[in-house]
Every structure is written in structure tokens, then in C-alpha cells.
Ligand binder design. Structure first.
Ligand SMILES: Nc1ncnc2c1ncn2[C@@H]1O[C@H](COP(=O)(O)OP(=O)(O)O)[C@@H](O)[C@H]1O
Ligand SMILES: [Mg+2]
Length: 357
């Protein structure tokens, strides 16, 4: 029996979502193979071992109980500790969305501690988190992406005004988004120069690097991918919402959004999307699992990558899991596969030589 530490909650704006994702992992982990323990991360980033794993009234959301004597510390080279006792775990399963969870920082911490973990590594997580960098890499790999212009914080001088450039190249409406954010935080759809300027100003509250993109009129298609060096994609799904898929429609009024699983696509579209998703996964250096999100432009039928999420919504009713399920991989077996992939990757890595022998 292996012990898996589920790490959930976190400092990011997606803390609440993570309480649910963590709850799903905890409830569905194959108990004949794994013993789960829970480590909750509070809004300040402090880790607490949950002595008595519990759920909120809805039975889906994990609780987060803070007790002084249950604080978990990470010791470089040694692993995880609680009150001077080493936590005997085989693997950490991070279910932390967004900053400090999905962006490579947590992965770096676990590497330094010598702890195996599920999902993408340091580089894949960091690339996946930066929407501009990810797209630059995909362009280099010959993959189709939503066009974009990067706007840096004003401290960095630019020769051409990127706002003017975006209006000239793409026309209105435009999307402004922080390079490193999630859950549609800090995103504006701008129909005029005035809205663009205020969108940029707002975006800079969340990041020092923004993207301006043309608003794509099209369908939003998402594709789950699992694997290490030879990833496998699943049947794509579609997000059908009235307006853009913003924070409210994701979490506050989920009824305004419908998930169509699998998406109604032609065979050719499906094959192409899956192929691009697998290539995008490899090119971004991602391992374990990820969800690759696309636009399928209405007028032209063009397929364009929007972004990759290395820790997508992870409940059993989230898009990621539904897409695996519709292709025949149950949530429970999907978790097992992800854990096995992590073990395989860490095993490979441990064989590497880090110093001259
Ligand atoms: N260029 C674009 N054209 C049309 N809609 C967009 C564009 N960029 C983002 N959106 C809309 O905003 C949502 C959130 O943007 P996204 O880039 O996926 O960031 P997040 O990381 O917050 O999910 C998308 O799901 C989509 O509905
Ligand atoms: Mg998105």
C-alpha cells in the first residue's frame, strides 16, 4: 500500500475550487492501492496536516482545519515533516490551481525536498502558466495559436505602442489578459480604445505581462491529455456559454455554461485537435496530465490553441475528467494512471547523474 498526500486549497484565487478538486481525488482514489492523507494549504500558504479528513455539508468540498501542531514543513533533502515527525509518503498529489500550485514553484519546492509528485514538472508547469511563453514555444513548433501581442509593464520601454499595434493588426473587439493568471481573472473584452486602455490598466493589477488578442468568434474546444513522453489525448469536449467563459460563468453561475462531451466535431476536426493537443503537450515540456484548450473559428474552421492548463478543474464532473471518462477511463483509473506516470518519471529522473563520476 502506498501513501499519497493530497495537497489542496492554496494561496491562489482558485482556493475554493481546489477544495472541491481535492475532495474528488480523496473520494475516488483507489483504496486497494493507495492510502490518502490530506494536507490543506490555507490562504496564506501555510500547510496543515488534516488529522481527521472532513467534508463540508455538501460532502464534496474538503474542510481546512488549522491547528498549530499540525503545521507541515518541507525540509530540503528530507521530505515533509509534522511536529518533528517525518511524514511517510510515497508521493504528493498536488491539486492546487493557479499561482504557487500550477506554476512550477510548488514543483520546485518538492524537487528540492526530494519528494515525488504527480503532474507536470517545474518547467512544464511554468511554461503552461505563462500564456505568452507557451504560445511562443508552440509557434516555434509549427502549431497554430491565437495571435497575440505582448504588453509589458510600462517600466520596460517599447518602440511601438503595443496597444496601437494590436488595434492595427487585429481590430476590435480585443481580449486583454494577464500572462500568468487563471479562472478568467483580470481578463477584459474591449470594444474600443478606451476599454482597451482600462483593460490594460486592470490587467496590470494581476501581472506585469499581458497579452492582447483578437476576439475569436468560434467554438471553445478542450482536450484532455495524459502521459509522459508519449502522451495520449482523449475525445475533445466543448464549452457552450452565452458570452465569454468568465469567472462568474465558471464558478458562480455554472448553469449558464453547458459542457458538451464529446464535442460534435467532424472526424477530421477531432483527429487534428487531438494531434495538436498531444504535440502542444510535448512542446511545452508538460508531463503527467493537462488540458489543452482551443478555439475553432466559425468563419474559417481554423483550429487555434488558446492555452494549456497543467492543473485543470479536477473534480469528477470537471471537463478534464469527463473527457477521460467518455473515452473509457474512469476517474478512479485516471488517478491511478497519473500516479503511475509520476512514479515512472521520478524513477527515470533518479537514474540521472547530477555530478561527474
Ligand atoms: N482571444 C479570445 N477570443 C475569444 N474569447 C476569448 C479569447 N481569449 C479568452 N477568451 C475567453 O475568455 C475565457 C478565459 O480566457 P483564457 O485565455 O482561457 O484564460 P483563463 O486562464 O482565465 O482560463 C476563455 O475561455 C474564452 O471564453
Ligand atoms: Mg481558459
Amino acid at each position: 500500500m502506498k501513501t499519497v498526500a493530497i495537497l489542496y486549497g492554496g494561496k491562489s484565487g482558485e482556493h475554493e475550487v481546489s477544495l472541491r478538486s481535492g475532495g474528488s481525488v480523496y473520494s475516488h482514489l483507489d483504496r486497494s492501492l493507495y492510502k490518502p492523507i490530506l494536507i490543506a494549504v490555507d490562504h496564506d500558504g501555510v500547510w496543515y496536516l488534516q488529522q481527521n479528513p472532513g467534508f463540508e455539508n455538501d460532502k464534496k468540498t474538503l474542510t481546512l482545519i488549522k491547528e498549530e501542531d499540525s503545521i507541515v514543513s518541507v525540509v530540503p533533502g528530507f521530505g515533509l515533516y509534522c511536529k518533528n515527525n517525518k511524514l511517510e509518503i510515497n508521493l504528493v498529489f498536488p491539486v492546487l490551481h493557479g499561482t504557487f500550485g500550477e506554476d512550477g514553484t510548488l514543483q520546485g519546492l518538492l524537487e528540492i525536498a526530494g519528494v515525488s509528485y504527480a503532474g507536470a514538472g517545474v518547467l512544464g508547469s511554468a511554461i503552461g502558466m505563462d500564456k505568452a511563453l507557451a504560445k511562443q514555444i508552440w509557434i516555434q513548433s509549427g502549431l497554430p495559436v491565437v495571435p497575440f501581442i505582448v504588453v509589458r509593464d510600462r517600466s520596460i520601454s517599447v518602440t511601438v505602442d503595443p496597444l496601437e499595434q494590436a488595434v492595427k493588426d487585429f481590430g476590435f473587439p480585443l481580449f486583454v489578459k494577464p500572462a500568468n493568471a487563471g479562472s478568467s481573472v483580470g481578463i477584459t473584452k474591449a470594444g474600443s480604445l478606451e476599454e482597451l486602455k482600462s483593460g490594460v490598466k486592470n490587467g496590470f493589477r494581476y501581472d506585469t505581462k499581458l497579452l492582447i488578442e483578437p476576439a475569436i468568434e468560434g467554438r471553445e474546444i478542450e482536450c484532455s491529455v495524459i502521459g509522459n513522453r508519449k502522451p495520449v489525448s482523449f475525445l475533445p469536449g466543448e464549452i457552450i456559454s452565452d458570452d465569454f467563459y468568465d469567472y462568474d460563468s465558471k464558478y458562480i453561475h455554472p448553469e449558464s455554461v453547458r459542457l458538451s462531451v464529446p464535442a460534435d466535431l467532424s472526424e477530421n476536426e477531432e483527429i487534428k485537435i487531438r494531434e495538436i493537443a498531444e504535440k502542444a503537450f510535448i512542446a511545452a515540456g508538460v508531463e503527467g496530465f493537462a488540458r489543452v484548450d482551443f478555439f475553432l473559428e466559425k468563419e474559417t474552421g481554423k483550429i487555434m490553441i488558446n492555452e494549456i492548463n497543467t492543473l485543470p478543474g479536477f473534480t469528477e464532473i470537471s471537463m478534464f475528467a469527463k473527457l477521460c471518462d467518455v473515452s473509457g477511463l474512469s476517474y478512479k483509473n485516471m488517478l491511478t494512471e497519473i500516479i503511475q506516470l509520476a512514479e515512472e518519471r521520478h524513477h527515470q529522473r533518479n537514474k540521472l547523474v547530477f555530478k561527474k563520476e
